[in-house]
Write a protein of this length. Structure first.
Length: 280
């Protein structure tokens, strides 16, 4: 992978991690179009761009992240209504618990079905089909009768977590699946984008740590095979900058309810990918 390929792949990762169009699916398509040799084996690059997008989330949602961490050590005085969650916890602690609940499904998938899921990443047909499913989910969330739950419940957090676990498949958008599912469940748009982006931080960091462990076991030289340090830095910076822009943009898009345009895009790319694979 040269620096230009790394730049394009980094931009794809940064943009598509937050936009509801599937980062994994677009990275697979980009690798194919750019003729990146053995993209699945460039573990170091994958780790770098995913960590870059996590850092972009922390930058854009820094106030929310610090609010949660400060509240974790707060006692008394900030008891929230029982409809929000556990009454003995303050609002920040309840929010942190919601994120933990949402992580359970993807944790189970990551620990028990990691190899089975990774087997699908080599199939662009799977990418095309999953992009079409993403389009259907976004369309349904757009036409679903709007409701306005004041708070995300623990049951909703778990169901949204199941959507995130399903979105480990390439082509199924994580943000599209989680936000779309939350909208279908009747949660407020303003709450969903923030929750969707915060809930992905622990799983991505956890996956990065597991990948680092595999990289160490494999050997750093082997993990770096096919990519230079300069290309790695270019990809990281590209993913971070575009991630910041996409994260902020996506929050505004969700608030305005403009997800239908991404549904159309996913449908077009998905169908095109399926046709490409059928007649290639």
């Amino acid at each position: 992978m040269d620096w230009l390929q790394a730049l394009i792949m980094g931009i794809f990762q940064g943009l598509t991690e937050y936009l509801p169009v599937s980062s994994s699916g677009h990275l697979a398509l980009a690798a194919e179009l750019l003729s990146v040799e053995d993209p699945d084996k460039i573990m170091t690059f994958t780790i770098a761009v995913h960590v870059a997008t996590v850092l972009s989330t922390l930058v854009i949602l820094w106030k929310e992240v610090t609010w949660i961490f400060k509240g974790l050590f707060k006692t008394g005085n900030s008891i929230v209504p029982s409809s929000y969650g556990i009454r003995s916890l303050n609002e920040e602690q309840n929010y942190a618990l919601l994120i933990i609940v949402s992580m359970i499904p993807v944790g189970i998938v990551g620990l028990c079905f990691k190899d089975q899921v990774e087997a699908y990443f080599s199939s662009l047909m799977v990418v095309g089909v999953c992009l079409c499913i993403t389009a259907l989910l976004l369309s349904f969330s757009y036409i679903a009768k709007p409701r306005t739950k004041e708070h995300i419940s623990y049951v909703d957090a778990f169901i949204i977590g199941i959507a995130q676990a399903c979105a480990v498949l390439p082509g199924l958008s994580r943000s599209g699946s989680t936000i779309g599912t939350g909208l279908i469940l009747g949660n407020k748009k303003e709450n969903l984008a923030q929750f969707s982006f915060l809930m992905v931080i622990p799983p991505i960091l956890g996956q990065a740590l597991l990948d680092v462990k595999d990289m160490i076991e494999e050997g750093v030289e082997a993990a770096m095979a096919g990519i230079s340090v300069s290309a790695l830095v270019v990809g990281f910076v590209a993913a971070f900058i575009t991630g910041c822009l996409a994260c902020k943009w996506m929050i505004n898009i969700v608030k305005k309810g403009k997800l239908i345009y991404f549904a159309i895009y996913c449908a077009i790319v998905g169908v095109a990918t399926i046709i490409w694979q059928l007649f290639a």
